[in-house]
Design a protein around this ligand. Structure first.
Ligand code: GTP
Ligand code: MG
Length: 531
């Protein structure tokens, strides 16, 4: 939106504006002070309250859209048996993508004289302490006016409209309607009437001048932040260069930032992550590559042609599990495979917790099985070799060509690396997708936790061996050998566990860690994780 401040129309709200004003208000306050917000419900209820003052309230319109609103209502300051009528407003909302363009200031400038003309003595509000003082508001301790709930914090401010305001002292009470907007179930139900936005609970909330966005692209030292429908170019705040590499933003991270409509926004902090996918870099230097954060499901995409590689799938599963995401194996191009069932069964052997789907994106086979994962608010990251069909699958899911795809090279059946960087896209359904470029190989460092979790049954069996240092070779009382003999454990699965563990420990000397872990596990005599 290209805002020219002169094009903004300040006017009274009409019935036809109600939905648009509530949606704009919801966007203005969403995730600012906690998960979601209730300000849109406040607006909705306030309109029918007797204290509401439509004569003073205004909306801001730009290019035919509601981009701001201020809602005035009567409030009271009570001093013993004396009751003074004052004004309050709230919410004062500005469409977040029109931030920093003076819309809030215009709404105040046009309505403050109206409030004065109407004969009110002053305005008392709870609002942003870094914003309102610029417009002449001062904290209420200057007037001996108190808030019954939180005393006299910086956010509790007043704007005198006439001299008589100096004589008003006591406790401030808003219209009772505001107190009726706190019921979570009611807020949730009301919010269903609007487009889906994910409620987030983050330690950085309460946000002031800083904004909350999500990293959609990373390249060398520059970033892109997805902020509502906009992608903003961004750079890191200087102090990030003293941080460990794993603290730098990756695709999928929620970040706080200072908005700059003219150039690069500045990333201030990376919010806590619910999951974090990492692997050693391809040059095997031992340096980790940090791939994506806050992923709910890792779609491990393997095509059912020459790309299929059971060991590789296992490594991806371990990366997902170690990173805190749920692994889902997607076997693509089932139309090119005579017996997909064989592969499904093989992958299913890996662990009870791994789910497998065989699909054909080209012929729309099996895609309905993925619907459970494609729920609003979920983040799905796709990984796998080049040419496996990751981008094609994304396009089939969305029904649009959101990602470029390409034919595999005919001579060697290898992909062409069509997707060249990790990219986060938010679909209109509320699902977030992270597409990644095809990987040549997947290493294993630091994923022992993931391996152990994937093979938790084997880890548990090992703790039952008679000797704690049992090599599962010739020792008597070996639980692993007994389980293989009885058929409880497949020899192939055990071999795979050994190979992955060996590969992991060979490079990074984690063997000690593993034995320590196993001993602690035995000592605690825990039940099997899969019980
Ligand atoms: N027969 C068949 N071909 C498919 C299917 N899915 C994808 N393809 C083809 O496989 C080729 C590679 O697909 P992409 O989606 O570009 O692969 P990618 O995994 O995104 O590859 P990179 O971006 O290089 O990592 C394209 O020619 C697709 O048309 C499928 O289900 N069946
Ligand atoms: Mg691709």
């Amino acid at each position: 939106m290209n805002t020219n401040i002169d094009q903004i129309i300040i006017r009274k709200e009409t019935k036809e504006d109600f939905y648009a004003t509530e949606l704009m208000t919801m966007r203005a306050f969403w995730n600012l002070h906690g998960p979601g917000c209730n300000e849109h419900l406040m607006v909705h209820k306030l309109r029918s309250a007797e204290e509401y003052l439509p004569k003073l309230s205004r909306v801001a319109e730009l290019d035919g859209k509601i981009v701001g609103a201020i809602f005035y209502s009567r409030a009271k300051v009570i001093d013993g048996d004396k009751e003074h009528v004052v004004l309050t407003f709230g919410p004062l909302a500005v469409e977040p993508t029109c931030f920093g363009r003076g819309i809030g200031a215009r709404l105040l400038k046009e309505t403050l004289p109206l409030a004065k003309e109407a004969g009110y003595k002053g305005i008392v509000i709870c609002g942003e302490p870094e914003y309102y003082p610029k417009h002449g508001f001062v904290t209420c301790d200057h007037f001996d006016i108190h808030h019954p709930a939180f005393g006299n914090a910086d956010a509790f401010m007043a704007f005198p409209l006439s001299e008589g305001f100096e004589d008003i002292h006591g406790y401030f009470y808003e219209a009772p309607v505001f107190e009726t907007c706190e019921d979570d179930a009611e807020i949730e139900e009301f919010t269903k009437g609007f487009p889906y936005y994910k409620p987030l609970k983050l330690s950085c909330q309460w946000l002031h001048v800083e904004k909350l966005g999500r990293i959609s692209e990373v390249s060398k030292n520059s970033y892109k932040i997805l902020f509502w429908e906009q992608e903003l170019p961004a750079k890191l705040k200087g102090s990030f260069y003293e941080e460990d590499a794993e603290r730098l933003p990756v695709v999928g991270d929620y970040v706080t930032f200072l908005y700059n409509g003219q150039g690069d926004s500045v990333i201030l902090s990376v919010c806590e992550r619910t999951s974090f996918l990492q692997r050693p870099d391809q040059a095997k230097t031992g340096v980790m590559q940090y791939m994506a954060a806050n992923v709910d499901y890792l779609f491990i995409v393997t095509s059912l042609n020459d790309d299929y590689n059971f060991n590789r799938i296992t490594r991806y599963v371990s990366i997902a599990t170690a990173g805190g995401a749920t692994p889902i194996v997607i076997l693509t191009k089932s139309d090119l495979c005579a017996n997909p069932g064989r592969y499904i069964r093989e992958v299913e052997q890996l662990s009870d917790s791994v789910r497998v789907h065989a699909i054909s994106a080209l012929y729309d086979i099996g895609l309905d099985e993925l619907e459970g994962y494609l729920q609003p608010g979920n983040t799905i990251c796709l990984m796998g070799s080049s040419g496996a069909g990751k981008s094609t699958l994304i396009n089939s899911i969305t029904g649009e060509e959101v990602m470029k795809t390409s034919g595999i090279r005919e001579d060697d059946d290898k992909g062409r690396h069509t997707t060249t960087y990790r990219k986060l896209i938010l679909l209109s359904s509320g699902v977030t997708i992270i597409d990644t470029p095809g990987m040549r190989e997947v290493g294993m460092a630091n994923v022992q936790d993931g391996i152990d979790e994937t093979f938790s049954d084997i880890v548990e069996l090992e703790t039952r061996c008679r000797f704690s240092n049992c090599r599962h070779d010739t020792e008597p009382g070996c639980a692993i050998k007994a389980a293989i003999e009885s058929g409880e454990l497949s020899a192939k699965r055990y071999e795979l566990y050994q190979n992955l563990g060996r590969e992991n420990t060979k490079n990074y000397a984690l063997k000690k860690e593993i034995s320590k872990w196993a001993k602690a596990y035995k000592k605690n005599n825990k039940k099997a994780m899969w019980d």
